[in-house]
Structure formats: structure tokens, C-alpha cells
Write a protein that binds this ligand. Sequence first.
Ligand SMILES: Nc1ncnc2c1ncn2[C@@H]1O[C@H](COP(=O)(O)OP(=O)(O)OP(=O)(O)O)[C@@H](O)[C@H]1O
Ligand SMILES: [Mg+2]
Length: 335
Amino acid sequence: VFILGLETSCDETSAAVVEDDRRILSSVVASQADLHAKWGGVVPEVASRMHVERTLPVIIEALEQARCTPEDLAGIAVTNRPGLVGALVVGVACAKALAYAWRKPLIGVHHLVGHVHAAPLADRWLSFPFLCLVVSGGHTELIVAEGPDSFYCVGRTRDDAAGECFDKAARLLGLPYPGGPALERLAREGNREAVSFPRAWLQHSLDFSFSGLKTAVARYVARPDPSVTQADIAASLQAAIVDVLVTKTILAAEATGIRKVAIAGGVAANETLASEFRAACKAKGYDATVPPKELCTDNAAMIAAAAYRRLRRGEADDLNLDVVATEYLPLRSVK
Ligand SMILES: Nc1ncnc2c1ncn2[C@@H]1O[C@H](COP(=O)(O)OP(=O)(O)OP(=O)(O)O)[C@@H](O)[C@H]1O
Ligand SMILES: [Mg+2]
């Protein structure tokens, strides 16, 4: 079945048409990164206003690229939680209006469950259960995708997300927004062993903590060592983040006994993370799924895919569907 997905939870306005939860027919993403760059971060009010301008053109483009008409659609999926409330409201209001006008079922999707669906979209043979590290601007979570309707978390960050750490460190290094990709480019020229930044292992827990690392970078930048370059600092920071992310993901796979492991979310676009994650999975004999970059950062294809099972069962949300700023997936302790 064909599903129209909509995503407006942060600073990407995106629409996509997906067949079931496996095949992308079109995926259109209008990023606002350039508009927020001069402020050094996402300005919620600016994001909402841009979504208002761009949502309909992006939907029309997605339908055209997929050569779809509204009659071809089985339903409309939209991110309704968690995210910037003013941004979410735009996508949800638009999805409701279209669902009502076109008489289609409406499905509200949890953004992180959406990120997890980048994995089955990237690997059409991937079956449940699998483990997914969702690592993005606002989240760092180890999620068990037990079945198509069952997602729980076995570890998450206690403070900053890994993406936030990339972004804040990039700012301290004077790099432009968004910081993650800029820091990755700079790190290519650096020595990852130049600075030994701390790793918060949080023994006996699958949780993460990145706020200490951010502080360590701030302290280091305030009193730099003249023999260490900006690129060295970037490479050393990236190594510290990747080290913790990969090690803990493997620990989670061991603790849960799940041998199929994926990464998703914006930070999964980082090539050092992707290659170290693949190598660590290979050493353990696990199947590794690393979606292409455009499926890791925010997109509506993953949102459409996440709605497939509920749609197929004939379920739908009503037009009272609301937006939610913060909603965590259930936590289960496995260690
Ligand atoms: N190549 C990269 N290396 C490191 N970090 C990256 C890279 N590309 C993107 N990022 C980071 O990914 C984050 C954006 O990811 P994404 O779009 O999934 O987040 P978000 O939607 O804002 O947050 P969330 O999904 O938690 O609500 C930013 O922190 C950005 O710096
Ligand atoms: Mg996201």
C-alpha cells in the first residue's frame, strides 16, 4: 500500500511516499539549516513559519515524483511527537486537513520510532527483532525493535545527546552550524590521539552521558596546547563520542542477545561512526545496518514506513490527534 508521510518536528520540512515499510517512491526534504545558521541553532518560531510556507509545496512535489494521486494513497502518516510543538503543529494540522478532505486514515507517528524505520527501509530483508542506536540532535537511545509494534529503550543519555555534543563542540571551535558535519570534515585532517578526552562509561548501565565531554572541550579550548591543532581537537572529540557509542551498542546487543544491529538518526551520517560500528559488528558476527545519510537525518520516508502496520490493521487516529513536546519510549532494564 502507498503511504504519504509528513515530517515537521524540527527544521526539516519533508514529505515522502513509501510502499509498505520497505520501498521509497519519493522523498522530498526542504532543509532550513541555512536560515538558522546565523543564529547558531534552530529558532523555533522561524522553523514553524517556514513549515507553513513549505509543507504544501513539498507534499505536491513528493506526490508528483512518486507519480501518485491522492486516490492511490492508503493513508497519511505524520510525526506528532516528540519535537518542537510549534513545528509539529504545522505538519499535524496539514495532515488532518488532507486526511479529512481526501477521506484517508490518519496515523500519528513517534519521531524516534520513525528514525528506527530507516533500518528496514535501507535493508529490505531486515527482520524483527533488531537493535537500533538512534543518535541525533536531541536523542541518544538504544532501542529494541522487538516487533513492528513493539519498541522499547534499554539505554539512553542522562544529559546531552551525542549530536548536541558535536554541535556545541563545533561552536566552541568556531565552526558553522550545523556543527556535526563541519566537525567531521575538520576531523579528517586531525590526529585522534592528540587529546585524551574523557569517556563516560557509566559501568553496569547502558545509559550514556555526554555533558562532561562537552565541558572538557570547553576547558581545553580555553587553554589550548599550541602543538595541538583545531583539527586534532575535532578528531579527538569525534573519537571519544564514537568510542562510547559503538562500545555501548555492542554491550546492548550482548545483553539482549539480539544479533541484528542498526544505527539511525542524524549522527549516524558520520562516516567514522559508521565504519567503526560496521567493524565492531563484524568482529562479533552481528549483522550491521547503516542507512544512507539521507535516511539518517530527518525525513518523511521513515515516518511513512513507521505507520504501515497500524494502517494495515485498519487502525487510525481521529482528528483530535494532538502534538506532544516530550514523550519517551518505555524503558526496560536488561543489565
Ligand atoms: N556527519 C555528521 N557527523 C556528526 N554529527 C552529524 C553529522 N551529520 C549530522 N549530524 C548531527 O545530527 C543532528 C541532526 O540529526 P537529526 O536531524 O536526526 O536530529 P533532530 O531531528 O534535530 O533531533 P531528534 O531526532 O533527536 O529530534 C545534529 O546534531 C547534527 O550535528
Ligand atoms: Mg530527528
